[in-house]
Design a binder for this molecule. Structure first.
Ligand SMILES: [Zn+2]
Length: 353
């Protein structure tokens, strides 16, 4: 496909993922906003060649996370139909309006697209996109890859991610694709309801899994920008994962057993560390550092009185610093560190203990 290939204006109900060839679709999604009819154009690049898995790849679910938007856009241009076995659907800008604004939420109605999946009703652009994806695209798919990073508020170690309970069949069965991404880290998020962090309900990954699809995501950096490292991990990971799934050949793809990924687990309230007072955030540890229970992680310098003592932030568990807040100014109760436990691959394959 060359840059001269035109985009075909398409209505959502006619989208068929299994039409031979390479296609650039500009899907027109209609909705009402405060009683007025409006439309969004939702770009989708499709590559279909013969029988094989059907894989949907999303970037830009949050518009301030750039690795997925770039990696999926690059694949939109570079994909070679002769290397495809099955179907690849590329969604570079999942929340189109948020991607254009560079914001996490849809600018006009402050909707988080990744909390609207499986949540019926609602109106506005983000609800309209979620209904289109869940009614038209997901039923046709076998796999969903949703590329996230830390956004403007946080930075993560570059990692593939899986939402799963520990000791579950789900984790055991998805461990190989999680490792096949071959990022420096692979993080398992087990929901911790008391923190409100990383809920599984409402997310694209959560709904895809509930519908019996295989789904995987990532946290590839953050701080509201892209770096050479995060871009490389995103592109390398995506190509490895597509080779593992068997939908796109790649001569130098790593197999799961060759993966460099250190497996990490976030499953307890103490893994999520908040500051108690507002002020200037001064981290003392950084991404990938190993910390012990009781270690000083950083301080909050007081907002108004430079002579009063900073508030120390201590770890209440041992682990690896998996994410750090990226803004210098923090409000009380903001999450400033994610401390993840190391997990070995053998225990991740253990079911029911
Ligand atoms: Zn995100």
């Amino acid at each position: 496909m060359t840059n001269s290939n035109p985009w075909s204006t398409t209505s959502p109900e006619t989208v068929d993922l299994k039409v031979n060839g390479l296609h650039r679709l500009s899907i027109v999604l209609a909705f009402e906003h405060y009683g007025r009819p409006e439309t969004i154009r939702f770009p989708l690049v499709l590559a279909h060649r013969g029988p094989g898995p059907v894989v949907l790849i999303f970037g830009g679910t949050h518009g301030d996370e750039f690795e997925g938007q770039i990696a999926v856009s690059n694949l939109c241009r570079e994909i070679v139909l002769g290397k495809v076995r099955g179907t690849i659907g590329l969604v570079p800008f999942h929340n189109v309006a948020a991607c254009q604004a560079g914001t996490r939420l849809t600018p006009r109605d402050n909707s988080d697209l990744n909390r609207l999946y499986g949540v019926p009703g609602g109106e506005g652009p983000a609800h309209t996109i979620a209904r289109f994806v869940e009614k038209v695209l997901l039923p046709q798919a076998d796999w969903v890859i949703d590329l996230h990073s830390g956004g403007a508020a946080h930075e993560f170690v570059p990692s593939s991610n899986l939402q799963a309970r520990t000791n579950s069949a789900e984790l055991a069965s998805m461990l190989d694709p999680l490792l096949a991404f071959d990022a420096p880290y692979a993080i398992v998020f087990d929901e911790v309801p008391s923190t409100g962090q990383m809920p599984h309900a409402g997310t694209l990954e959560g709904l895809a899994r509930a519908l019996g699809k295989k789904a995987i995501s990532s946290e590839l950096g953050g701080a509201g920008r892209i770096t050479p490292t995060s871009r490389t991990v995103a592109e390398h990971g995506l190509r490895n994962l597509l080779a593992y799934i068997g939908v796109m050949a790649s001569a130098d793809a790593k197999r799961p057993e060759q993966s460099r990924s250190q497996l990490l687990l976030l499953n307890r309230p103490e893994h999520y560390v908040a500051c108690k007072t507002p002020g200037r955030f001064v981290p003392a540890v950084w991404l990938g550092d190993e910390v012990n229970d009781g270690d000083l992680l950083g301080v909050i310098n007081p907002l108004l009185d430079p002579a009063s003592a900073p508030e120390p932030i201590f770890s209440s568990c041992a682990g690896i610093v998996a994410a750090v807040a990226s803004r210098g100014l923090q409000q009380a109760n903001n999450l400033v560190f994610y401390i993840a436990e190391k997990m070995d691959r053998e225990s991740a394959r253990t079911i029911g203990r």
